[in-house]
Ligand binder design. Structure first.
Ligand code: FMN
Length: 311
């Protein structure tokens, strides 16, 4: 009988070849900061098969006022608020370093108007180091006031504007904060998206235990971690049934078993998010455990699990 490690985990997502199916959730693993701590050992045993950058915006942002994090019984709420160096700072300061990790790089971008999205996609896609672009659509459109990713029509219009700019894969990151996420996914596909990734965080709030006010400086934030996993699994399943483009599944993945649950729900590949804060080697653990997890469920390959249908 073959050893578990003989199971080939190589796969692909919209044409990007991967040694395995484990990505990171945007904003949950600062690879440049980790390299300062772990040195070149991080490159030799990088936790992910593909790295997704923190969401980049047009201009530098300080992020939200403190507090920005709250731990819940099975997860955490964050209201980080996308602090970052802005597009030019990212291209000049961060991109070269991120390309050194030796895995395909997806850059996440967000804007509050289509014109800025167009610039972000054009400038990022022009760089050879970038394999694909993820569109974070959880921001209100300044013109309509509507959150793009909550509206199928806004999502489709954005995709139609961005699609002609690049042939590189465009991934739409879906919000779970809608009644019917599959409707947004179908609109993203109709507009030309190559994949969807999901779920982003679930709207949440926490009350200061000592003073009568909201704990988070921004008033509210987004819940992530194992607490959201059943929500994510239901939404991944509904979306995977509604679209033909691949799904990048995430939401509370902590180990190879929970990663495999997402594959069985219809995700082609998975991403580890909040668990990276508890264990920066969580991605390695998920990858290393996948062959045994696949075998335990009777699969001889990752591809078998990816094409399995739930009873
Ligand atoms: C601290 C923190 C920062 C995040 N930053 C981003 C971000 O910049 N862009 C984005 O699309 N999602 C961001 N997310 C959402 C994650 O990528 C992921 O979609 C979500 O947390 C669910 O996965 P998880 O439960 O495994 O964390 C962030 C999540 C956390 C916890």
């Amino acid at each position: 009988m073959a050893e578990p490690s003989s199971i080939d985990l190589a796969t692909e997502i919209c044409g990007i070849g991967l040694d395995g199916p484990v990505l990171n959730g945007s904003g949950t693993f600062d690879a440049l900061a980790a390299r300062k701590v772990f040195g070149d050992a991080l490159i030799e045993d990088f936790p992910f098969d593909c790295y997704v950058s923190k969401t980049i915006t047009m201009n530098p942002r300080p992020g939200n006022p403190p507090y920005r994090l709250w731990e819940t019984p099975s997860g955490m709420i964050n209201s980080i608020g996308l602090p970052g160096p802005g597009l030019e700072g990212f291209l000049a300061r961060d991109l070269d370093g991120l390309a050194e990790f030796g895995v395909p790089l997806i850059v996440s971008v967000m804007a509050d108007q289509v014109e800025d999205f167009e610039v972000l996609v054009a400038r990022v896609a022009a760089r050879d180091e970038v394999a694909g672009i993820e569109l974070n659509v959880s921001c209100p459109n300044v013109h309509s006031g509507l959150i793009v990713g909550e509206q199928p029509s806004e999502t489709e219009a954005l995709m139609k504007a961005l699609r002609p700019i690049t042939e590189k894969p465009l991934v739409v990151k879906l919000t779970p904060n809608v009644a019917n996420p599959h409707e947004v996914a179908v609109a993203a596909e109709a507009g030309g998206a190559d994949a969807v990734s999901m779920i982003n965080t679930v709207k949440a709030a926490a009350i200061d235990p000592t003073v009568n006010r909201a704990w988070l400086g921004a008033g509210a934030g987004g819940l992530s971690g194992p607490a959201v996993r059943p929500i994510a699994l239901a939404q991944v399943r509904a979306v995977a049934e509604a679209v033909t483009i691949p799904v990048i599944g995430m939401g509370g993945i902590t180990d190879s078993e929970s990663a495999l649950e997402f594959i069985l729900a219809g995700a082609r590949v998975v991403a580890v998010g909040t668990e990276n804060f508890r264990d920066p080697r969580a991605g390695n653990a998920v990858k290393d455990g996948l062959p045994a997890a696949l075998r335990r469920r009777g699969f001889a390959s990752l591809a078998e699990a990816q094409s399995a249908t739930l009873g």
